[in-house]
Structure formats: C-alpha cells, structure tokens
Design a protein around this ligand. Structure first.
Ligand code: KIV
Ligand code: ZN
Length: 432
C-alpha cells in the first residue's frame, strides 16, 4: 500500500525504540448475527438476518457466527434456511454457539444438518464468581461440564460426517478467570478434540465483561499463547467486550500479543456496551498500510444496512463512519485541509491534515468536508466557493467576503451551506 504506512517506531538519536505494530490482519469472525443480535430490543427477523448475512459476506467475512440455534426457533430456522437454500458461499464458514449442555449441543448439530463446513462453538463460564454463585461447582465440576460437552461435540460431529467440522471452545469470562485454571480447562477440552496443525481447533478467550486496562487482557492472552502445550494446533481467538470503552485497544494489543483471530461486530454492536467494533479495527489497519481483507469502500451503504437490521443508530462521531467524521468546523482546520488537498499527490502517501484517511476510500465525498459556521475562517469559505461554484477569490477578496459571511452568521447564529454563501456573494457583488 503506497497511500498509507504504519506510524514509524520511535527514533532516538542513536537507536530506535523496539515498538510493536500489527503486520497482518487477524482472522475475522463476525458475531453480528449472534452476540450482536442477542443484544437488540427486538432480535432481527429472518429477513433482516439474511440481509445482514449477505452484507457480511460481501464485506469479505469468511467466518460468521450466524445463530444461537438452541436458544430460539427463529435462530434455528435461520440456520436451516441458510443450509437448505444453499445460501452460504463456498469460501464462508458459518458458526453456531451452544452452551455446554447435552440437549442444547444436540439441537445445535441438528440445525446444521447438511452444511458443507461449520464451526461448533461451545462455551461454559469459568470465572470464580460464576463457578460459585451461578453454577455452584468447584474447579473439577467446571472442568467436568466442559469435558463432557467436548466429548458430546466430538460424537455428534462423527455422526454427521458430511460436514467438515471445526471445534471452538470458549472459557466464557476468561479475562476474570485464574490463568492456570483457564489453561487447564482448555487443555482438557483439547485432549478430547485432538486438534492438529492441519485440523486446528479454536480457543476463544472472551473478555465477557471488560474489567481491566487493555494491556492486562493482552498479557493474559500472551500468557495463554506461550503456555498452550499444542499451540500450533490451536487458533487463538479474542472476543473483547467494551465495558471500559477500550475494546478496540484490547483487541489490537491482544493481536500484538499473539492472538490469531478476532471476534466482534460491525460498529460495536453487542451485549451492553457492545463487542469490539470490527469496522474501526479493520480501518485502523487500513490507515496503517495493512490490507485488512475486508472491504469498507461503501461504508455509508454498510452503515445504513446495519442500522436497518439492528434498528440502532450509529453515532455521528463514530470513527470512520459517523456523519461528522470528515467534517471540519474550525477555520484553521478548513484552511489546512484545503492546502492539503491542493498539495496531495495522488501517487504519494496520504498526508492531508486532520483526515486520517481519504474519505473517498470509504466511498464518501469531499463535499461535506468543509462546512462553514461561526468558527470558520476565510479559508473554508474560499474552499467552498471554489469547490462548489468554481469561484477562485483573490486573497484580499477572501478577507473582505469572509467578513460579510461572518456578519450573517453572527446575525442568524446559523451554519451556512455553500448555497447560502453563494447567495451572500450574489447580494454583495453581483446585484446592482
Ligand atoms: O462474551 C462472551 O463471553 C461470549 C461467549 C459466549 C463467547 O459471547
Ligand atoms: Zn460476547
């Protein structure tokens, strides 16, 4: 990528600081249709789920958690629809979630009958308060829940050999679990599944509730990566929630710490404060010169479809996608942006000030970049007149005219559009 590059590591006079960066994208897993869906006032209808599924495939997700089929008939029927109507692209693997309970596991396998390839994701909570308060089990009891589920998953998979199965285990509440116990229970599950480098299994490490600074989560993930006995047969996945507002940082640090895969949702939908926002994560990589292998070049379309499916609005300041994120209100910003666009070589690195990425890369236009309100200066006004009406004003005229526009804004207290400013220009210079 010649347009963006990673922020350079710190250079001191005599040496450089060994900073870490992410050098390739993780495996992405969208859980919009499961974790995202279960957190909605009104879960998505089959039609909405399908529209979201098709969009996720278009964006380029190759692993999509489509349902919690043992938890609702709508979810079960949706999985059946995908399989029976042959709606899963060849290069996409669907995933379903199940609790580690006998009848729920059987029902989940039933939902996937006839699927070409699928990930069976089984979980049980492992943190001390869950063991004590919710399940009333000790460590051994908690391991028994996980291992009995793992055995049944293996048996059910053997009974449905037409499907290529991938197994995934989540010690739910991982980030609040004692690390030695998280390792022990995961290893016991993998002893049953016997993954290999050629047929790996997935170990997902959820920050079910984000409870610490992101570096702590990354340390936990790194410790697991270093201590797993059969690391090369395990895909280490992370699943950060955003309770402290640092899920994106947690995911980025976790990838630097060794995680191979990230689970999350578009625009950070998901339980409570949401799952990690996959759009921000992917575009953070993009703006560092790394191809995330997800296509957000029609971000407005993606945003509107997601809003329609979830019935949740996206905040106007949401990174990369919010209505206001390519808008400059202050005059000095407008001036710098105008100079940046004028100086930008299309074949060189992107360096327009105040804009971390070229809005055009996301299918957004420059039109809305410069808006004029009482905080703007002459630079923004001149830029608007030039870009909207082809009017190039000499510098002295810019100063004079901006005073006219300023007066109108002081009088009305309102932001002025390009058309409003053109009308002021006409009144000032073109009428008798
Ligand atoms: O947040 C969580 O722990 C989950 C698991 C079920 C993976 O969603
Ligand atoms: Zn979750």
């Amino acid at each position: 990528n010649t347009k963006y590059q990673a922020f350079p590591p710190i250079q001191l006079a005599d040496r450089s600081w060994p900073g870490k960066t992410i050098t390739r994208p993780p495996i992405w897993m969208s859980t919009d249709l499961r974790d995202g869906n279960q957190a909605l006032f009104e879960p998505m209808s089959a039609a909405r789920k399908l529209s979201m599924f098709e969009m996720l495939c278009e964006i380029g997700f190759k692993e999509i958690e489509v349902a919690f089929p043992s938890a609702s008939q709508t979810d079960f029927d949706f999985v059946r629809k995908l399989v029976e109507e042959n709606r899963i692209p060849q290069d996409v693997t669907v995933e379903v979630l199940t609790q580690a309970r006998d009848h729920l596991i059987r029902r989940s396998f039933e939902s996937l009958k006839g699927a070409r390839r699928a990930i069976m994701h089984v979980y049980n909570a492992t943190a001390p308060n869950f063991r004590r308060v919710v399940f009333n089990v000790d460590r051994a009891g908690c391991i028994k829940i996980a291992t009995e589920a793992a055995k049944l998953v293996r048996e059910c998979a053997e009974a449905q050999p037409e499907t290529e199965w991938v197994f995934q285990y989540s010690p739910e509440t991982f980030s609040s679990t004692e690390l030695d116990f998280a390792l022990e229970i995961s290893e016991r599950v993998f002893e049953i599944w016997q993954p290999t480098k050629e047929r790996p299994a997935i170990l997902n490490l959820p920050a079910t509730v984000e409870a610490a600074t992101p570096n702590v989560y990354a340390d936990q993930v790194e410790w697991m990566c270093r201590n797993l006995s059969n690391r090369e047969a395990i895909i280490v996945s992370v699943h950060p929630h955003n309770d402290r507002g640092t899920a994106v940082a947690a995911a980025e640090l976790a990838v630097m710490a060794g995680a191979d895969r990230v689970e999350g949702c578009l625009f950070g939908n998901g339980e409570r404060t949401g799952n990690v926002d996959l759009v921000t994560l992917a575009l953070n990589l993009y703006s560092q010169g790394i191809d995330p292998q997800l296509d957000f070049s029609r971000i407005n379309h993606i945003a509107r479809t997601a809003e329609e499916c979830t019935q949740l609005p996206i905040h106007p300041r949401h990174p990369y996608v919010g209505d206001l994120v390519f808008t400059a209100f202050s005059g000095s910003h407008q001036d710098a942006i105008k100079k940046g666009f004028a100086a930008q070589d299309p074949n060189a690195l992107w360096e327009v000030p105040y804009l971390p990425v070229d809005p055009a890369d996301l299918g957004r236009t420059y039109d809305s970049i410069i808006r004029v309100n009482s905080q703007s200066g002459k630079g923004g006004i001149a830029y608007l007149m030039e870009s909207a009406y082809g009017l190039v004003m000499p510098r002295r005229m810019q100063v004079e005219f901006s005073a006219e526009v300023q007066q109108v804004m002081d009088d009305t207290g309102e932001e002025q559009s390009a058309q409003d400013i053109w009308a002021i220009f006409e009144r000032a210079y073109l009428s008798d």
